[in-house]
Design a protein around this ligand. Structure first.
Ligand code: ACM
Length: 557
Protein backbone atom coordinates (compact mmCIF):
# COMPACT_ATOMS: atom_id res chain seq x y z
CA UNK A 1 0.00 0.00 0.00
CA UNK A 2 2.83 2.33 1.01
CA UNK A 3 4.64 1.54 -2.22
CA UNK A 4 1.53 2.44 -4.20
CA UNK A 5 1.14 5.74 -2.31
CA UNK A 6 4.74 6.63 -3.04
CA UNK A 7 4.17 5.86 -6.65
CA UNK A 8 1.10 8.15 -6.75
CA UNK A 9 3.05 10.91 -4.99
CA UNK A 10 5.86 10.64 -7.50
CA UNK A 11 3.39 10.67 -10.39
CA UNK A 12 1.62 13.73 -8.98
CA UNK A 13 4.91 15.57 -8.52
CA UNK A 14 5.89 14.66 -12.05
CA UNK A 15 2.56 16.00 -13.39
CA UNK A 16 3.11 19.28 -11.52
CA UNK A 17 6.57 19.66 -13.01
CA UNK A 18 5.27 18.94 -16.53
CA UNK A 19 2.33 21.33 -16.08
CA UNK A 20 4.61 24.06 -14.75
CA UNK A 21 7.00 23.47 -17.62
CA UNK A 22 4.19 23.65 -20.19
CA UNK A 23 2.64 26.77 -18.69
CA UNK A 24 6.10 28.37 -18.43
CA UNK A 25 6.82 27.48 -22.04
CA UNK A 26 3.42 28.80 -23.10
CA UNK A 27 4.07 32.03 -21.25
CA UNK A 28 7.46 32.29 -22.93
CA UNK A 29 6.02 31.72 -26.40
CA UNK A 30 3.07 34.08 -25.86
CA UNK A 31 2.99 36.96 -28.28
CA UNK A 32 3.18 40.27 -26.50
CA UNK A 33 0.46 42.62 -27.65
CA UNK A 34 2.56 45.74 -27.01
CA UNK A 35 3.49 48.11 -29.85
CA UNK A 36 6.09 49.56 -29.82
CA UNK A 37 8.04 46.58 -28.55
CA UNK A 38 9.48 47.40 -25.09
CA UNK A 39 13.16 47.29 -24.32
CA UNK A 40 12.63 44.14 -22.28
CA UNK A 41 9.48 42.07 -21.84
CA UNK A 42 9.32 38.76 -19.99
CA UNK A 43 6.05 36.84 -19.97
CA UNK A 44 5.14 35.47 -16.53
CA UNK A 45 2.84 32.66 -15.60
CA UNK A 46 -0.74 33.25 -14.56
CA UNK A 47 -3.24 36.04 -15.00
CA UNK A 48 -4.29 39.10 -13.09
CA UNK A 49 -8.04 39.49 -12.86
CA UNK A 50 -9.05 43.12 -13.32
CA UNK A 51 -12.60 44.15 -12.55
CA UNK A 52 -14.68 47.03 -11.23
CA UNK A 53 -13.63 45.86 -7.77
CA UNK A 54 -9.89 46.34 -8.35
CA UNK A 55 -8.64 49.40 -6.47
CA UNK A 56 -6.21 51.81 -8.08
CA UNK A 57 -3.49 53.39 -6.02
CA UNK A 58 -1.71 56.50 -7.17
CA UNK A 59 1.39 57.64 -5.35
CA UNK A 60 0.46 60.83 -3.46
CA UNK A 61 3.59 62.57 -4.71
CA UNK A 62 2.49 62.02 -8.32
CA UNK A 63 0.29 64.55 -10.12
CA UNK A 64 -1.92 61.64 -11.11
CA UNK A 65 -1.99 62.34 -14.87
CA UNK A 66 -1.19 58.74 -15.74
CA UNK A 67 -3.77 57.29 -13.39
CA UNK A 68 -6.44 59.69 -14.67
CA UNK A 69 -5.71 58.64 -18.22
CA UNK A 70 -5.70 54.96 -17.26
CA UNK A 71 -9.09 55.16 -15.52
CA UNK A 72 -10.68 57.18 -18.35
CA UNK A 73 -9.46 54.82 -21.06
CA UNK A 74 -10.48 51.74 -19.12
CA UNK A 75 -13.99 53.07 -18.79
CA UNK A 76 -14.12 54.19 -22.43
CA UNK A 77 -12.90 50.94 -23.94
CA UNK A 78 -13.97 48.25 -21.49
CA UNK A 79 -16.78 49.89 -19.51
CA UNK A 80 -14.93 49.23 -16.25
CA UNK A 81 -15.13 51.94 -13.59
CA UNK A 82 -12.37 51.41 -11.07
CA UNK A 83 -12.00 53.52 -7.98
CA UNK A 84 -8.98 55.09 -6.39
CA UNK A 85 -7.85 53.78 -3.05
CA UNK A 86 -5.48 55.45 -0.62
CA UNK A 87 -4.10 52.12 0.57
CA UNK A 88 -1.36 50.53 -1.44
CA UNK A 89 -2.06 46.94 -0.40
CA UNK A 90 -2.53 44.35 -3.12
CA UNK A 91 -4.42 43.31 -5.18
CA UNK A 92 -4.48 46.62 -6.93
CA UNK A 93 -3.17 48.58 -9.86
CA UNK A 94 -0.43 50.71 -8.35
CA UNK A 95 1.31 53.73 -9.84
CA UNK A 96 4.47 54.48 -7.92
CA UNK A 97 6.64 57.52 -8.50
CA UNK A 98 10.11 56.70 -7.34
CA UNK A 99 11.85 59.70 -5.89
CA UNK A 100 15.13 58.75 -7.46
CA UNK A 101 15.91 56.85 -10.59
CA UNK A 102 16.52 53.22 -9.64
CA UNK A 103 17.56 51.95 -13.02
CA UNK A 104 19.52 54.30 -15.19
CA UNK A 105 18.13 52.80 -18.41
CA UNK A 106 14.43 52.40 -17.71
CA UNK A 107 11.81 55.09 -18.24
CA UNK A 108 9.32 52.84 -16.47
CA UNK A 109 8.98 49.36 -15.08
CA UNK A 110 5.76 47.41 -15.29
CA UNK A 111 5.05 44.29 -13.36
CA UNK A 112 1.84 42.37 -13.97
CA UNK A 113 1.54 39.42 -11.56
CA UNK A 114 -1.46 37.40 -10.43
CA UNK A 115 -1.31 39.46 -7.18
CA UNK A 116 -1.45 42.87 -8.84
CA UNK A 117 -0.07 45.41 -11.26
CA UNK A 118 2.69 47.88 -10.49
CA UNK A 119 3.88 50.70 -12.70
CA UNK A 120 7.03 52.31 -11.36
CA UNK A 121 8.89 55.28 -12.77
CA UNK A 122 10.92 58.24 -11.63
CA UNK A 123 9.00 60.69 -13.84
CA UNK A 124 5.35 61.44 -14.61
CA UNK A 125 6.12 60.71 -18.25
CA UNK A 126 7.40 57.28 -17.28
CA UNK A 127 4.24 56.52 -15.32
CA UNK A 128 2.22 57.56 -18.33
CA UNK A 129 4.19 55.35 -20.74
CA UNK A 130 3.75 52.46 -18.30
CA UNK A 131 0.00 53.05 -18.10
CA UNK A 132 -0.14 52.97 -21.91
CA UNK A 133 1.54 49.56 -21.94
CA UNK A 134 -1.04 48.26 -19.44
CA UNK A 135 -3.82 49.71 -21.59
CA UNK A 136 -2.46 47.97 -24.69
CA UNK A 137 -2.62 44.66 -22.83
CA UNK A 138 -6.09 45.59 -21.54
CA UNK A 139 -7.43 46.48 -24.97
CA UNK A 140 -6.06 43.26 -26.44
CA UNK A 141 -7.91 41.21 -23.81
CA UNK A 142 -11.57 40.25 -24.15
CA UNK A 143 -13.97 41.15 -21.36
CA UNK A 144 -15.63 38.08 -19.78
CA UNK A 145 -18.31 38.52 -17.11
CA UNK A 146 -17.19 42.11 -16.58
CA UNK A 147 -13.66 40.88 -15.87
CA UNK A 148 -10.37 40.97 -17.73
CA UNK A 149 -7.93 38.12 -17.27
CA UNK A 150 -4.71 39.93 -18.08
CA UNK A 151 -1.68 37.90 -19.05
CA UNK A 152 1.28 38.57 -16.76
CA UNK A 153 4.53 40.24 -17.82
CA UNK A 154 7.61 41.94 -16.42
CA UNK A 155 8.48 44.93 -18.58
CA UNK A 156 11.34 47.37 -18.38
CA UNK A 157 11.22 50.03 -21.03
CA UNK A 158 12.73 53.18 -22.49
CA UNK A 159 12.55 54.88 -25.88
CA UNK A 160 15.33 54.79 -28.45
CA UNK A 161 14.48 58.29 -29.74
CA UNK A 162 13.10 61.19 -27.76
CA UNK A 163 11.45 62.75 -30.80
CA UNK A 164 8.62 60.52 -31.99
CA UNK A 165 6.57 62.76 -34.20
CA UNK A 166 3.65 63.07 -36.52
CA UNK A 167 2.94 66.08 -38.72
CA UNK A 168 -0.53 66.94 -39.99
CA UNK A 169 -1.13 69.50 -42.75
CA UNK A 170 -4.42 71.28 -42.09
CA UNK A 171 -3.86 74.07 -44.58
CA UNK A 172 -4.67 71.90 -47.62
CA UNK A 173 -7.65 70.32 -45.90
CA UNK A 174 -9.04 71.16 -42.49
CA UNK A 175 -10.15 68.28 -40.27
CA UNK A 176 -11.07 70.06 -37.04
CA UNK A 177 -10.70 69.70 -33.32
CA UNK A 178 -12.39 66.35 -32.78
CA UNK A 179 -10.31 64.63 -35.46
CA UNK A 180 -7.13 66.14 -34.07
CA UNK A 181 -8.02 64.84 -30.60
CA UNK A 182 -8.66 61.43 -32.08
CA UNK A 183 -5.22 61.47 -33.67
CA UNK A 184 -3.67 62.59 -30.37
CA UNK A 185 -5.37 59.64 -28.67
CA UNK A 186 -3.80 57.21 -31.11
CA UNK A 187 -0.45 58.96 -30.87
CA UNK A 188 -0.54 58.51 -27.08
CA UNK A 189 -1.54 54.86 -27.52
CA UNK A 190 1.63 54.33 -29.56
CA UNK A 191 3.86 56.51 -27.35
CA UNK A 192 4.36 59.18 -30.00
CA UNK A 193 5.11 62.49 -28.32
CA UNK A 194 5.43 65.35 -30.84
CA UNK A 195 2.50 66.69 -32.83
CA UNK A 196 3.82 68.98 -35.56
CA UNK A 197 0.93 71.06 -36.81
CA UNK A 198 1.26 72.55 -40.30
CA UNK A 199 -1.22 75.40 -39.93
CA UNK A 200 -0.34 77.86 -42.69
CA UNK A 201 0.36 77.43 -46.38
CA UNK A 202 -0.99 78.26 -49.83
CA UNK A 203 -4.64 77.18 -49.55
CA UNK A 204 -5.45 78.37 -46.04
CA UNK A 205 -4.27 80.02 -42.80
CA UNK A 206 -5.79 78.02 -39.91
CA UNK A 207 -4.75 79.87 -36.79
CA UNK A 208 -6.43 82.82 -35.10
CA UNK A 209 -4.00 85.68 -34.55
CA UNK A 210 -5.62 88.39 -32.44
CA UNK A 211 -3.36 91.15 -33.75
CA UNK A 212 -4.17 90.35 -37.39
CA UNK A 213 -7.73 89.01 -37.55
CA UNK A 214 -7.87 88.93 -41.35
CA UNK A 215 -5.30 86.11 -41.32
CA UNK A 216 -7.90 83.62 -40.19
CA UNK A 217 -11.06 85.41 -41.37
CA UNK A 218 -9.81 85.90 -44.95
CA UNK A 219 -6.73 83.67 -45.06
CA UNK A 220 -8.86 80.85 -43.64
CA UNK A 221 -11.16 80.83 -46.66
CA UNK A 222 -10.72 77.95 -49.08
CA UNK A 223 -8.89 74.67 -49.18
CA UNK A 224 -7.05 72.58 -51.73
CA UNK A 225 -10.26 71.15 -53.22
CA UNK A 226 -12.32 74.34 -53.13
CA UNK A 227 -10.78 77.82 -53.06
CA UNK A 228 -14.10 79.29 -51.95
CA UNK A 229 -14.89 76.96 -49.05
CA UNK A 230 -15.99 78.93 -45.95
CA UNK A 231 -13.20 80.01 -43.59
CA UNK A 232 -11.99 77.22 -41.33
CA UNK A 233 -9.47 77.84 -38.59
CA UNK A 234 -8.65 77.18 -34.95
CA UNK A 235 -9.49 79.95 -32.49
CA UNK A 236 -7.02 80.58 -29.71
CA UNK A 237 -9.46 78.87 -27.34
CA UNK A 238 -9.40 75.81 -29.62
CA UNK A 239 -5.62 75.84 -29.59
CA UNK A 240 -5.55 76.04 -25.79
CA UNK A 241 -7.93 73.10 -25.63
CA UNK A 242 -5.85 70.98 -28.02
CA UNK A 243 -2.57 71.87 -26.32
CA UNK A 244 -4.03 70.85 -22.94
CA UNK A 245 -5.48 67.65 -24.40
CA UNK A 246 -2.08 66.78 -25.85
CA UNK A 247 -0.24 67.68 -22.64
CA UNK A 248 -2.47 65.29 -20.68
CA UNK A 249 -1.06 62.62 -23.01
CA UNK A 250 2.55 63.80 -22.76
CA UNK A 251 2.49 65.10 -26.32
CA UNK A 252 4.00 68.46 -27.21
CA UNK A 253 2.34 70.50 -29.95
CA UNK A 254 4.69 72.28 -32.33
CA UNK A 255 3.15 74.88 -34.62
CA UNK A 256 4.48 75.48 -38.11
CA UNK A 257 4.11 78.94 -39.62
CA UNK A 258 5.62 78.51 -43.06
CA UNK A 259 7.80 81.35 -44.39
CA UNK A 260 9.13 83.06 -46.47
CA UNK A 261 7.46 80.83 -49.09
CA UNK A 262 4.11 79.03 -48.91
CA UNK A 263 2.69 82.34 -47.66
CA UNK A 264 -0.14 82.68 -50.19
CA UNK A 265 -3.04 82.50 -47.72
CA UNK A 266 -1.44 85.10 -45.45
CA UNK A 267 -0.82 87.36 -48.43
CA UNK A 268 -4.48 87.14 -49.40
CA UNK A 269 -5.28 88.67 -46.00
CA UNK A 270 -2.46 91.23 -45.80
CA UNK A 271 -1.17 91.86 -49.35
CA UNK A 272 1.01 94.73 -48.12
CA UNK A 273 3.54 92.18 -46.81
CA UNK A 274 3.62 90.03 -49.95
CA UNK A 275 6.84 89.58 -51.86
CA UNK A 276 4.88 88.22 -54.85
CA UNK A 277 5.32 84.96 -56.66
CA UNK A 278 5.13 83.75 -60.24
CA UNK A 279 2.48 82.52 -62.61
CA UNK A 280 2.38 79.03 -61.13
CA UNK A 281 2.65 80.17 -57.50
CA UNK A 282 1.15 83.66 -57.27
CA UNK A 283 1.75 85.71 -54.10
CA UNK A 284 3.83 82.86 -52.76
CA UNK A 285 6.33 84.75 -50.57
CA UNK A 286 6.57 87.33 -47.84
CA UNK A 287 8.56 90.43 -48.68
CA UNK A 288 12.02 90.32 -47.09
CA UNK A 289 12.81 93.83 -48.39
CA UNK A 290 10.37 95.61 -46.06
CA UNK A 291 11.09 96.23 -42.40
CA UNK A 292 7.33 96.18 -41.82
CA UNK A 293 7.25 92.52 -42.86
CA UNK A 294 9.58 91.58 -39.99
CA UNK A 295 7.54 93.64 -37.54
CA UNK A 296 4.37 91.87 -38.73
CA UNK A 297 5.87 88.37 -38.59
CA UNK A 298 7.48 89.00 -35.20
CA UNK A 299 4.13 90.07 -33.80
CA UNK A 300 2.54 86.89 -35.19
CA UNK A 301 5.33 84.71 -33.83
CA UNK A 302 5.06 86.31 -30.39
CA UNK A 303 1.40 85.31 -30.22
CA UNK A 304 2.27 81.84 -31.49
CA UNK A 305 4.99 81.41 -28.89
CA UNK A 306 2.59 82.31 -26.08
CA UNK A 307 -0.09 79.97 -27.42
CA UNK A 308 2.16 76.94 -27.79
CA UNK A 309 4.13 76.15 -24.64
CA UNK A 310 6.40 73.63 -26.38
CA UNK A 311 8.95 76.44 -26.79
CA UNK A 312 9.54 75.38 -30.39
CA UNK A 313 8.39 77.11 -33.56
CA UNK A 314 8.72 75.53 -36.99
CA UNK A 315 9.27 78.21 -39.61
CA UNK A 316 9.04 75.97 -42.67
CA UNK A 317 11.54 77.68 -44.98
CA UNK A 318 11.00 75.03 -47.65
CA UNK A 319 10.70 75.34 -51.42
CA UNK A 320 11.11 79.12 -51.45
CA UNK A 321 12.48 78.91 -55.01
CA UNK A 322 9.10 77.62 -56.21
CA UNK A 323 7.75 81.15 -56.24
CA UNK A 324 10.30 83.84 -55.36
CA UNK A 325 10.83 85.11 -58.93
CA UNK A 326 9.19 88.41 -58.14
CA UNK A 327 11.99 89.24 -55.69
CA UNK A 328 14.08 89.90 -58.80
CA UNK A 329 11.73 92.77 -59.66
CA UNK A 330 10.53 94.00 -56.30
CA UNK A 331 12.12 97.41 -55.55
CA UNK A 332 12.28 96.77 -51.78
CA UNK A 333 14.04 93.42 -52.24
CA UNK A 334 16.37 94.89 -54.82
CA UNK A 335 17.28 97.72 -52.44
CA UNK A 336 17.89 95.17 -49.66
CA UNK A 337 20.19 93.13 -51.90
CA UNK A 338 22.20 96.21 -52.72
CA UNK A 339 22.34 97.42 -49.16
CA UNK A 340 23.32 94.06 -47.64
CA UNK A 341 25.34 92.91 -50.66
CA UNK A 342 23.26 89.80 -51.13
CA UNK A 343 24.30 88.29 -54.41
CA UNK A 344 21.35 86.05 -55.24
CA UNK A 345 17.88 85.03 -54.11
CA UNK A 346 19.24 82.20 -51.95
CA UNK A 347 21.19 84.79 -49.97
CA UNK A 348 18.01 86.85 -49.60
CA UNK A 349 16.25 83.74 -48.31
CA UNK A 350 19.07 83.08 -45.82
CA UNK A 351 18.97 86.71 -44.66
CA UNK A 352 15.22 86.41 -44.07
CA UNK A 353 15.44 83.08 -42.25
CA UNK A 354 18.32 84.33 -40.12
CA UNK A 355 16.42 87.42 -38.96
CA UNK A 356 13.31 85.41 -38.13
CA UNK A 357 15.38 82.79 -36.29
CA UNK A 358 17.07 85.55 -34.25
CA UNK A 359 13.66 86.84 -33.15
CA UNK A 360 12.51 83.35 -32.16
CA UNK A 361 15.67 82.75 -30.15
CA UNK A 362 15.16 86.13 -28.43
CA UNK A 363 11.68 84.94 -27.47
CA UNK A 364 13.39 82.01 -25.75
CA UNK A 365 12.18 79.42 -28.24
CA UNK A 366 13.92 76.90 -30.46
CA UNK A 367 13.89 77.21 -34.24
CA UNK A 368 12.77 74.27 -36.34
CA UNK A 369 12.93 74.27 -40.15
CA UNK A 370 12.94 71.99 -43.19
CA UNK A 371 16.33 70.94 -44.55
CA UNK A 372 16.67 73.86 -47.00
CA UNK A 373 18.22 75.80 -44.10
CA UNK A 374 21.23 73.49 -43.85
CA UNK A 375 23.30 75.90 -45.93
CA UNK A 376 22.34 78.91 -43.80
CA UNK A 377 24.11 80.26 -40.76
CA UNK A 378 21.33 79.61 -38.25
CA UNK A 379 22.43 79.21 -34.60
CA UNK A 380 23.55 75.59 -34.45
CA UNK A 381 22.53 74.93 -30.84
CA UNK A 382 19.07 76.52 -31.20
CA UNK A 383 18.06 75.00 -34.53
CA UNK A 384 16.68 71.62 -35.50
CA UNK A 385 16.71 70.64 -39.14
CA UNK A 386 13.98 68.38 -40.54
CA UNK A 387 15.50 66.19 -43.25
CA UNK A 388 12.69 65.55 -45.73
CA UNK A 389 14.37 65.30 -49.16
CA UNK A 390 15.11 61.58 -49.26
CA UNK A 391 16.71 62.05 -52.67
CA UNK A 392 19.16 64.55 -51.14
CA UNK A 393 20.93 62.50 -48.50
CA UNK A 394 23.85 64.88 -48.85
CA UNK A 395 21.74 67.50 -47.05
CA UNK A 396 21.43 65.20 -44.05
CA UNK A 397 25.16 64.59 -44.06
CA UNK A 398 25.73 68.35 -44.31
CA UNK A 399 23.43 68.87 -41.32
CA UNK A 400 25.45 66.28 -39.36
CA UNK A 401 28.74 67.83 -40.39
CA UNK A 402 27.63 71.30 -39.36
CA UNK A 403 26.37 69.93 -36.03
CA UNK A 404 22.64 70.63 -36.47
CA UNK A 405 20.23 68.58 -34.41
CA UNK A 406 17.99 66.73 -36.84
CA UNK A 407 14.63 65.08 -37.08
CA UNK A 408 14.45 62.42 -39.79
CA UNK A 409 11.32 62.54 -41.93
CA UNK A 410 12.33 61.69 -45.50
CA UNK A 411 9.50 61.45 -48.04
CA UNK A 412 10.40 57.81 -48.60
CA UNK A 413 9.45 56.21 -46.23
CA UNK A 414 7.96 58.80 -43.87
CA UNK A 415 5.48 60.80 -45.94
CA UNK A 416 2.19 59.13 -45.22
CA UNK A 417 0.41 60.86 -48.09
CA UNK A 418 2.36 58.45 -50.28
CA UNK A 419 0.31 55.34 -51.07
CA UNK A 420 1.14 52.13 -49.21
CA UNK A 421 0.30 49.53 -51.83
CA UNK A 422 0.99 49.22 -55.57
CA UNK A 423 -2.73 49.07 -56.36
CA UNK A 424 -3.55 52.40 -54.72
CA UNK A 425 -4.11 55.46 -56.83
CA UNK A 426 -5.00 58.32 -54.50
CA UNK A 427 -1.82 59.67 -53.03
CA UNK A 428 1.75 60.25 -54.02
CA UNK A 429 4.48 58.11 -55.50
CA UNK A 430 8.06 59.02 -56.30
CA UNK A 431 9.31 57.60 -59.59
CA UNK A 432 6.92 54.71 -59.00
CA UNK A 433 8.06 54.18 -55.40
CA UNK A 434 5.72 54.40 -52.47
CA UNK A 435 5.58 53.72 -48.72
CA UNK A 436 4.63 50.17 -47.70
CA UNK A 437 4.44 49.62 -43.96
CA UNK A 438 7.57 47.43 -44.04
CA UNK A 439 9.64 50.33 -45.34
CA UNK A 440 8.47 52.46 -42.41
CA UNK A 441 9.40 49.62 -40.08
CA UNK A 442 12.87 49.29 -41.54
CA UNK A 443 13.74 52.97 -41.13
CA UNK A 444 16.31 54.30 -40.23
CA UNK A 445 18.83 52.38 -42.26
CA UNK A 446 22.31 51.31 -41.22
CA UNK A 447 24.08 54.26 -42.82
CA UNK A 448 22.12 56.69 -40.64
CA UNK A 449 22.22 54.58 -37.48
CA UNK A 450 25.94 53.99 -37.71
CA UNK A 451 26.91 57.52 -38.70
CA UNK A 452 29.29 58.82 -36.01
CA UNK A 453 27.09 61.92 -35.44
CA UNK A 454 23.83 60.02 -35.37
CA UNK A 455 23.67 59.33 -31.65
CA UNK A 456 24.45 62.88 -30.70
CA UNK A 457 22.44 64.77 -33.34
CA UNK A 458 19.39 62.75 -34.36
CA UNK A 459 16.55 63.80 -32.08
CA UNK A 460 14.28 61.23 -33.63
CA UNK A 461 11.91 60.47 -36.45
CA UNK A 462 8.60 61.77 -37.67
CA UNK A 463 5.98 60.92 -40.29
CA UNK A 464 4.32 63.74 -42.23
CA UNK A 465 0.87 63.72 -43.77
CA UNK A 466 0.40 66.39 -46.41
CA UNK A 467 -3.18 66.66 -47.45
CA UNK A 468 -3.37 67.70 -51.10
CA UNK A 469 -4.79 64.25 -51.83
CA UNK A 470 -6.39 63.66 -48.42
CA UNK A 471 -9.68 65.48 -47.96
CA UNK A 472 -11.78 63.32 -45.66
CA UNK A 473 -11.33 61.81 -42.22
CA UNK A 474 -11.69 58.33 -43.63
CA UNK A 475 -8.96 58.86 -46.15
CA UNK A 476 -6.76 60.35 -43.43
CA UNK A 477 -7.30 57.20 -41.35
CA UNK A 478 -6.58 55.06 -44.37
CA UNK A 479 -3.18 56.72 -44.84
CA UNK A 480 -2.32 56.76 -41.14
CA UNK A 481 -3.42 53.26 -40.11
CA UNK A 482 -1.67 50.96 -39.74
CA UNK A 483 1.55 52.76 -40.66
CA UNK A 484 1.43 54.69 -37.37
CA UNK A 485 2.31 51.42 -35.59
CA UNK A 486 5.48 50.90 -37.63
CA UNK A 487 6.41 54.55 -37.12
CA UNK A 488 6.02 54.08 -33.36
CA UNK A 489 8.19 50.99 -33.26
CA UNK A 490 10.88 52.58 -35.47
CA UNK A 491 10.92 55.59 -33.17
CA UNK A 492 10.76 53.81 -29.81
CA UNK A 493 12.33 50.38 -30.09
CA UNK A 494 16.04 49.78 -30.17
CA UNK A 495 16.83 48.86 -33.81
CA UNK A 496 18.65 45.75 -32.59
CA UNK A 497 15.36 44.53 -31.09
CA UNK A 498 13.20 45.17 -34.12
CA UNK A 499 11.86 42.12 -35.87
CA UNK A 500 9.35 42.49 -38.67
CA UNK A 501 7.82 39.00 -38.46
CA UNK A 502 7.19 39.44 -34.77
CA UNK A 503 5.79 42.92 -35.42
CA UNK A 504 3.39 41.48 -38.01
CA UNK A 505 1.97 39.09 -35.43
CA UNK A 506 1.35 41.94 -33.02
CA UNK A 507 0.02 44.14 -35.82
CA UNK A 508 -2.71 41.63 -36.62
CA UNK A 509 -4.08 42.09 -33.12
CA UNK A 510 -3.94 45.86 -33.42
CA UNK A 511 -5.88 45.78 -36.69
CA UNK A 512 -8.71 44.34 -34.64
CA UNK A 513 -8.57 47.41 -32.40
CA UNK A 514 -8.79 49.64 -35.46
CA UNK A 515 -11.87 47.74 -36.63
CA UNK A 516 -13.43 47.98 -33.15
CA UNK A 517 -12.81 51.73 -33.13
CA UNK A 518 -14.53 52.16 -36.48
CA UNK A 519 -11.39 53.34 -38.26
CA UNK A 520 -11.20 53.11 -42.03
CA UNK A 521 -7.77 51.50 -42.12
CA UNK A 522 -5.65 49.75 -44.73
CA UNK A 523 -5.11 46.04 -44.15
CA UNK A 524 -1.66 45.02 -45.46
CA UNK A 525 -2.57 41.36 -45.01
CA UNK A 526 -5.62 41.73 -47.25
CA UNK A 527 -4.88 44.71 -49.48
CA UNK A 528 -8.21 44.49 -51.29
CA UNK A 529 -10.32 44.33 -48.13
CA UNK A 530 -11.33 47.96 -48.01
CA UNK A 531 -11.66 50.21 -50.99
CA UNK A 532 -8.95 52.80 -51.16
CA UNK A 533 -11.34 55.58 -50.42
CA UNK A 534 -15.04 55.96 -49.88
CA UNK A 535 -15.49 59.62 -49.10
CA UNK A 536 -16.89 62.35 -51.31
CA UNK A 537 -15.66 62.43 -54.90
CA UNK A 538 -12.27 64.04 -55.22
CA UNK A 539 -11.41 66.87 -57.56
CA UNK A 540 -10.50 65.39 -60.94
CA UNK A 541 -7.01 66.79 -61.14
CA UNK A 542 -6.13 65.93 -57.54
CA UNK A 543 -2.47 65.33 -58.10
CA UNK A 544 -1.79 61.61 -58.06
CA UNK A 545 1.94 62.03 -58.26
CA UNK A 546 2.91 65.46 -57.00
CA UNK A 547 6.62 65.06 -57.11
CA UNK A 548 6.60 63.80 -60.68
CA UNK A 549 4.74 66.99 -61.54
CA UNK A 550 7.14 69.10 -59.61
CA UNK A 551 10.11 67.59 -61.33
CA UNK A 552 8.55 68.09 -64.74
CA UNK A 553 7.87 71.69 -63.84
CA UNK A 554 11.48 72.13 -62.80
CA UNK A 555 12.66 70.76 -66.11
CA UNK A 556 10.43 73.23 -67.93
CA UNK A 557 11.99 76.02 -65.85
C1 ACM B 1 7.97 69.68 -47.80
O1 ACM B 1 7.52 68.57 -48.11
N1 ACM B 1 7.85 70.69 -48.65
C2 ACM B 1 8.65 69.91 -46.54
Amino acid sequence: MKKRNNHIKRLTAYCFVVAAFISGALAQSRISPVIPMPQSIQPREGVFVLSDQTPVYSDPISKGTAVRYFLTELLKHKGLALSRNASSSLPAVKFILQSEKRSKDALYQLDIRPEGIQVKASTEEGLFAGSVSVLQIVRNTALKDKKLELACYAISDAPFYNWRGLMLDESRHFFGKEKVKDILDWMAFYKLNKFHWHLTDQPGWRLEIKGYPKLNLIGGIGNYSDPLAPAKYYTQDDINEIVAYAAARFIQVIPEVDMPGHATAANKAYPEFSGGGNEKYPEFTFNPGKEATFQYLNNILKEVNVLFPSGMIHIGADEVHFGNDNWNKDPAVQALMKDKQLKDLKEVENYFVHRIADSIVKMGAEVLAWDEVVGSSLPINKTTVFWWRHDKRAELMKAFNKGFKTVLCPRLPLYFDFVQDSTQKIGRKWAGNFVPIKSVYEFPDKEILEHPKSKQLVRGIQANIWTESVSTEQHLDYMLFPRITALAESAWTNPLKKNYSDFELRLKRHLRLFAESGLYYFDPFEPGKYKEFNGPVQRKNMMPDTDELTRQERQIK
